[in-house]
Design a protein around this ligand. Sequence first.
Ligand SMILES: [Zn+2]
Length: 312
Amino acid sequence: MDFLKVFTGAFVAFVQLFPYAVGASSWGYFGSDGPSHWSDVSATCGMSSQSPINIVSIDTIMSSMDAFTLSKFDTTTGLSLNMVNNGHTAQLNIDGAAVKVSGGGLTADYNTAQLHFHWGKTDAEGSEHTVDGTRFPMEMHIVNYRATYTSVSDAAGHSDGLAVLGFFFEIGNTSHPGIQKIVDVLSSITDAGTNTTVTPFMLNELLPSSLDNFYRYSGSLTTPNCNEVVTWSVFPQSIKITSSQMAVFRTLQSVEQNDDGNHNMYNNYRPVQAMGSRKLYANFNPNAGARPSVHLSLSLLALLSCILSRMF
Ligand SMILES: [Zn+2]
């Protein structure tokens, strides 16, 4: 009995890590395995609170949420990092230290389990979320599970189970030193199903300089089984990397054949899903562009000159 339990547990864990190895499910991003067929794999993928979405900034509802607190993102003590090519993405598994996120309008602590990436065939596409129709070359997801649950897979069975932080990338001229630590190990996980230990580094080296602003909505995992259990936080401040750093991600080998007939991993992003009756919140005013602040500066200047003219 116990043996059966252990064996079943090990098998389930194996299938979750390497589903393609046992043909337990067949989903991908191309052809007959592509996103339009995912509801055949899991009916949830066809439901009405799915992710990603197109963020329409004029539709956001301003909401005063407290700032995020990231714990143990600034230390390597006790941290254990392992990078895996799971056949669909490059994923950094995070263990050992009490890495967690709280605040940000969340109602509990969420333990950080892993982060992974979605990217394009070219720098013109790749992100899962879009902002007013703009797609970015890559998006990073930091996956956290509610501390009252035992793991990501346990939390995936509860509507408040997961909090995912989404970050956009943009192409710049300067190599990003944090992302380079990921890029450096990609050559060790070229083949699907391989993994490598990563020398611990501070996870905040991967983040943009400010986490002050974010969008918030309720959605799902963006891969089957598309569980509708995710509190999404999408950050407008992007991470800048070079086109050559970006290119290394495309050297990974996917479990599926792409539209060029080889296995280079790219376009591992799901198309945006209907917002339906859901609401999109933001803790900032995304419509407050540069122009209002110019007006403000001009009126301050006018006020100042008025004061000065009275003084002299
Ligand atoms: Zn993701």
